[in-house]
Design a protein around this ligand. Structure first.
Ligand code: AMP
Ligand code: ZN
Length: 306
């Protein structure tokens, strides 16, 4: 197979785009997809400061490198979840990546916040993955606000977004469907959230990370029973195999024609928010969900120690 742009031997084949690229041209293609995402979805400008959430995985490190090389003003945030060796290794990957590229990094330890995930798993009677996701989103927003960042960027790729959309559509969850998308504008107490890799598949981000020699943390989380939406991703993969390009069409069509309809349906709802009494984050009750989990962990640990 030859590269579509320069006719050299191709190293990455992209059936969904009926194309293939050599290494250099793949980087050009990849970067253009990121630029298109930022421009079309009005994510941020060169004057704004972007906080990039870095897990140590291929997507977030790839995103950070692409934004940095495009000239955006980026800083990294890593949440150390305190999950034994796994978290130690993930953190080390993020730290050495940022050091290698001269990037600013802030690490927030859940142990110091009273929320290490092993304690959450032991003391909170809810699926640890959903609490962990909530805790991460809470701190992404809190740190971005405290640091006066204009936007918070995550490494979610097309496959993540399509799997989520598919799950939300199966349930016709109009609440989630109304605010799913690559850009979530800022609102009272909430920083703007963006996903600049939404046009790129997991295969593409994995190839980019590999070809660029990015050292990634790829071990699965010891607490997760499997990657989220695994069975949906399999079904969607089968669909994409039979009909290349359908994944992107499904998502892009939703952004162009579906989302607005759900927004109209949901616009009446909307709760009054006020600052959490413990941490100041916006919440519809007195103490926000994360602070309630924190209190429960603290109380149950104290009771268990007696
Ligand atoms: P996941 O939900 O694990 O697929 O992660 C989605 C995105 O959330 C990643 O691409 C990162 O941008 C961000 N993220 C996940 N875990 C962490 C973490 N421990 N610290 C910072 N960012 C994270
Ligand atoms: Zn709180």
């Amino acid at each position: 197979m030859k590269c579509k742009r320069c006719k050299k031997p191709a190293v990455v084949g992209l059936p969904s785009h009926h194309t293939a690229f050599c290494e250099e041209c793949f980087y050009v293609y990849f970067t253009r997809q990121v630029e298109t995402a930022i421009r079309r979805q009005k994510m941020f400008t060169f004057d704004e400061r972007i906080l990039v959430a870095l897990s140590g995985g291929k997507d977030s490190l790839t995103l950070m490198l692409a934004l940095h090389e495009l000239g955006y003003d980026v800083a990294g945030l890593h949440i150390d979840l305190g999950i034994y060796e796994s978290s130690v290794r993930a953190r080390a990957k993020v730290e050495s990546f940022c050091e290698q590229h001269g990037l600013t990094l802030q690490v927030l330890e859940m142990e110091a916040e009273g929320l290490p995930m092993p304690d959450v798993k032991e003391h909170i009677n809810r699926p640890v993955c959903s609490v962990c996701g909530k805790v991460k989103r809470h701190y992404f927003n809190k740190i971005a606000r405290e640091g006066n960042f204009d936007a918070l960027a995550t490494g979610h790729n097309l496959d993540d977004e399509v799997a989520r959309l598919f799950a939300n559509t199966l349930r016709w969850d109009s609440g989630y469907l109304s605010d799913q998308g690559p850009t979530l504008p800022a609102a009272e107490g909430f920083v703007r959230k963006v996903k600049p890799l939404y046009r790129l598949s997991e295969f593409e981000t994995a190839n980019y990370a590999f070809l660029r020699g990015i050292e990634i943390h790829s071990d699965p989380c010891p607490f997760a029973s499997g990657a989220s939406f695994t069975s949906h991703k399999e079904l969607i993969g089968e669909l994409e195999h039979r009909s290349p390009g359908s994944k992107f069409q499904f998502y892009d069509g939703f952004l162009k024609r579906g989302r607005e309809a759900f927004k109209m349906l949901e616009k009446e709802v909307g709760e009054e928010l006020s600052p959490c009494e413990d941490c100041g984050s916006p919440t519809s009750v007195e103490i926000c969900g994360v602070c309630r989990v924190k209190r429960a962990v603290r109380d149950k640990k104290a009771a268990a120690a007696q």
